[in-house]
Design a binder for this molecule. Sequence first.
Ligand code: EPZ
Length: 431
Amino acid sequence: MDRIRILGGKPLIGTILIGGAKNAALPLLAASLLTSKTLRLTNLPNLADITTMVHLLAELGVSVSRPRNESNGRHVARTISLTAAEPKEKTAPYNLVRRMRASVLVLGPLLARWGEARVSLPGGCAIGTRPVDLHLDALRSLGAEIELEEGYIRAIARRGLKGNKVHFPSVSVGATENALMAAVLADGETIISNAAREPEVVDLAHCLVAMGAKISGVGTDTLSVSGVSQLDGAEHRVIPDRIETGTYAVAAAITGGDVLLEGSHLGLIGAVSDTLSKAGVAVTKEHAGIRVRRQAEHTLGTDVMTDPYPGFPTDMQAQLMALLSVSRGASMVTESIFENRFMHVPELCRMGADINVHGSSAIIRGVPELSGAPLMATDLRASVSLILAGLAAKGETIVNRVYHLDRGYERVEDKLAACGADIERVTEDQE
Ligand code: EPZ
């Protein structure tokens, strides 16, 4: 199993190219099931989760054409064409869904297009129990009959889905995406209220509109959909990854560096840039992207609570905590989305951080310095927070189980090393 070895203490200086958003690309890939025509996606990130989704779509009978990446210097063209002419399978099997919960995003499109779907129930995961009741209730509102049998969700809509009111009692990104993908092919009008407003949901809606869907209210918490009988093909560019952007912004801040996050834009990271500004980090718009630099010798502690967009993203909570661990003063971080998303805390404490967790809040008392240590990654964002801590720590940090990292960060060690970090991947056969 690969590990990442870091020798901390080097300021990051340079340019980091931000890739396409994993969490936008996953539902966009699933949307290919909605049409017999070709959906062409560009700016696709090269990540393990994307490979898993493409593999699942191929199992379902989607023909996938992925030209070899042509590299012109640092920029790599990443395009995929997907054509779902006829289904080979309407079952998303356990062995793929258990690897990635986002596989459940094929449920709405399969059901809308073919009137039936069988998708393995995703289990809990490291960050929480993560049920799918909101997805199922939304599809039931659109007329699907849903049963749970032998660990599978079996959904049927023999005479097609019917537009209806879908109200979410709490905000869910994935359930909004599933409901939207189902509603675009349903008969009649659907109003989705208390919908998630994340940029990834907006990106999906834009792609669906390009495919011929009729959606209004995009970007608000109420989506109105007027169902159409079929969708066309389209070409769509995946938005930049706001979590990758925020992660490298913290990397610049925690090392006292100065980094240009190329290809990203401030509109995607409002709450993160506000929080970083309060902590004493300059986050400014540049022609080519966003420039991030620490303004003083130390960053300052600040309080933050995670919330659905436009609030502070839960997917940035662990990374911010690494920064607050070495910021002057005390901070309180409250996690309101997932019940078990503090697994990075014991690992940060092993590096000398002073963090106490009380229920869903963590009190962080900034320490002058962290010290390198061998660490265990537990999930994607926790893993990267340990890398960030390692970049700032004195001495050597080894982060084990980096396969979590490869699910969501492309060539993290290369991107950081190109800005002066002393970081390398150690593969098993090197040891
Ligand atoms: C998406 O997950 C992201 N994944 C997550 O990214 C992100 O952390 C999360 O949204 C919140 O922003 C993808 O987009 C592929 P939710 P999702 O449904 O859609 C509860 C990462 O690191 N809930 O918005 O699964 C749920 O348990 C990750 O890239 C129900 O109770 O998240 C959670 O507490 C991991 N019932 C809350 O809602 C449901 O049916 C929000 O989850 C669905 C969700």
